[in-house]
Design a protein around this ligand. Structure first.
Ligand SMILES: Nc1ncnc2c1ncn2[C@@H]1O[C@H](COP(=O)(O)OP(=O)(O)OP(=O)(O)O)[C@@H](O)[C@H]1O
Ligand SMILES: O=C(O)c1ccc[n+]([C@@H]2O[C@H](COP(=O)([O-])O)[C@@H](O)[C@H]2O)c1
Length: 200
């Protein structure tokens, strides 16, 4: 309740990603958007089968690394909706599933500059704007533009520049280079324990 007696609608962020592995670029983006948009929660949603990517690690490894990375933050949670749906992952389905679970929430889908640049290729993109607001965040090496997207539904914000990508983390592990401080410590240990990204 606010002073006026009007109940505030919960604000829920959704950070969708392949998270192969999750890294500090993802976590900082989610944290900054949560602060700027006064979000009550950010749900990290690891993709099932991302149809624009190939050679992705198992969903269970990506899910567990995401749980480890987000565990310390009371506002961060992880959802299995995309992993359990089966078939290629489309954000239209992610949003419908989360909306069914949180019918009273205003949803904010968080995307990096590279992802938002492709959004007009996403399945049923003209339907996406009705289900959530989209927040596009800056990312080193990618121009941030929301031109041509509906103004009511899409906004952008600058976040601290972390030149980290999952593909670079995988390449580093494969090449015997460290990923300490690029990904959370528990994720480094998980990658080592399960021999991920070797011979990739
Ligand atoms: N360093 C970063 N800064 C801001 N946003 C990021 C950063 N890394 C990833 N994102 C965003 O997080 C979301 C999920 O990204 P994803 O899991 O595909 O990671 P990635 O680093 O882009 O992976 P890959 O290198 O394998 O393509 C996307 O919207 C992406 O734009
Ligand atoms: O809906 C689509 O067609 C679609 C196409 C590509 C990516 N996405 C979503 O965008 C988010 C980031 O995807 P990715 O592949 O960059 O990890 C993730 O939640 C994906 O499900 C969604």
């Amino acid at each position: 309740m606010t002073d006026t007696g009007v109940t505030r609608r919960p604000r829920v962020g959704i950070m969708g990603g392949t998270f192969d592995p999750i890294h500090h670029g993802h976590l900082v983006a989610a944290s900054e958007v949560a602060q700027n948009y006064d979000l009550d929660e950010v749900i990290f949603v690891p993709t099932g089968q991302p149809w624009m990517k190939t050679g992705v690690s198992s969903g269970e490894h990506r899910y567990l690394m995401t749980v480890i990375a987000t565990a310390a933050n009371p506002r961060f949670t992880v959802s299995r909706v995309d992993l359990e749906r089966g078939g290629p992952t489309y954000t239209i389905d992610t949003l419908r599933d989360i909306q069914a679970e949180r019918p009273d929430a205003q949803l904010y889908f968080i995307s990096g500059a590279d992802a938002i640049a492709q959004i007009l290729e996403w399945k049923d993109h003209e339907e996406l704007w009705k289900l959530a607001k989209f927040v596009a965040v800056s990312r080193p090496g990618h121009a941030l533009s929301i031109r041509g997207l509906p103004e009511q539904s899409v906004s952008s914000m600058e976040v601290p520049a972390l030149a980290i990508s999952s593909s670079d983390c995988r390449a580093r592990v494969n090449g015997g280079y460290p990923v300490w401080y690029l990904v959370p410590d528990g994720v480094v240990q998980y990658i080592t324990k399960h021999h991920l990204y070797r011979g990739a």
